[in-house]
Design a protein around this ligand. Structure first.
Ligand code: SF4
Length: 323
């Protein structure tokens, strides 16, 4: 990590160290479903999820994979950004939720595209059986590969409230089985989930620092129109975070993360702003990122400055029971 540049370790820096240039992600919708929607785990999905609002292809029937990659690559180049290498990001829904042969076909199609140097594959921790991990291990020998596991919170009580349909133990199991296979693991978390205060969020940071993960993607909770979260928001059962509160929380969170963990995101995003009910912060993503960096510098701290190597390893002395 270049300690002089940023008070945290951004993914962009990690990729530049490996490839010697800036690397862009091209998000795609490969037509997967999710076991938390199709009935295998649940039918209603996570309470915050209206996937098209976060995903590249707002439509349910996306263009072909190659066409999405071509459009994504042209968009980056058209914006005048000098990127010659790309990671294809299988983003929408659960991108390991299919037979291995089908996964292999889709991943091979993406990797055959010009200038693509690897994949980022977003999925659930309960959707990475051994044969899928064996296949990913094979890809990792030739390609740059990230497996992105949705955790959201390290607290089982919260996971039940948001209807994730899996436990913290499922994440621990998936991360442990992924470890040492040559690909990288990134965990997704959300700050501001219903029923969580600062303590629970910091415990999630401590937990992640104890796990074999090499990346963390931090989102703030967003209330999207049409999701079950909207009803909770309208009757006052969940309050969106204010920007100042979020800045403090995300800095506290970063201070507790191991310094070698790459940061893939510092806030959530929606593609269709008209769907976002709350919070509606005046600042955009670039300003929020600058504000996080400014706050860490003001504190004289940085990612990992409050990391304690033994914390979060075996729970928090029963703190989960006290929520
Ligand atoms: S696991 Fe992902 S795709 Fe499935 S319901 Fe939850 S957020 Fe949506």
């Amino acid at each position: 990590m270049n300690q002089l540049q940023r008070p945290y370790y951004p993914l962009s820096e990690f990729l530049r160290e490996r490839f010697g240039c800036r690397v862009s992600k091209i998000p795609v919708h490969a037509g997967f479903d999710c076991p938390n929607r199709d009935g295998r785990v649940g039918r209603e999905g996570c309470i915050f999820c209206w996937n098209p609002s976060f995903s590249p292809a707002l439509q349910e029937s996306p263009a072909s994979l190659t066409e999405q990659i071509r459009v994504g690559r042209e968009a980056v180049k058209g914006a005048g950004i000098d990127r010659r290498k790309f990671l294809v990001y299988f983003q929408s829904y659960t991108n390991t939720y299919a037979p291995v042969e089908k996964l292999r076909r889709l991943y091979d199609t993406a990797l055959a595209e010009p200038d693509v140097v690897g994949l980022c594959i977003a999925t659930r921790p309960d959707c990475v059986p051994g044969p899928v991990l064996d296949m990913l291990e094979g890809y990792a020998r030739r390609w740059h590969l990230w497996l992105e596991l949705g955790l959201q919170s390290a607290h089982d009580r919260t996971l039940a409230v948001i209807r994730r349909g899996h436990t913290r133990a499922a994440f621990e199991d998936a991360a442990a089985r992924s470890s040492g296979r040559g690909f990288y693991v990134c965990a997704h978390v959300i700050l501001g989930l219903p029923g969580e205060g600062r303590r629970e969020m910091m415990e999630t940071a401590d937990f992640l620092s104890s796990q074999p993960v090499q990346g963390v993607k931090i989102h703030h909770l967003q209330i999207i129109a049409g999701t079950p979260l909207e009803a909770m928001y309208r009757c006052g059962r969940v309050a969106p975070l204010g920007l100042d509160e979020y800045l403090q929380l995300v800095c506290d969170f970063l201070e507790r993360l191991r310094p070698d963990i790459t940061i893939h995101r510092l806030m959530g995003d929606v593609l269709d702003d008209s769907l976002l009910l709350a919070p509606r912060w005046p600042e955009g993503k670039a300003q929020v990122i600058s504000a996080v960096e400014r706050e860490l510098r003001l504190r004289g701290s940085r990612q990992g400055s409050r990391w304690l190597p033994d914390k979060g390893k075996n729970g928090w002395g029963g703190a989960d029971d006290e929520l």
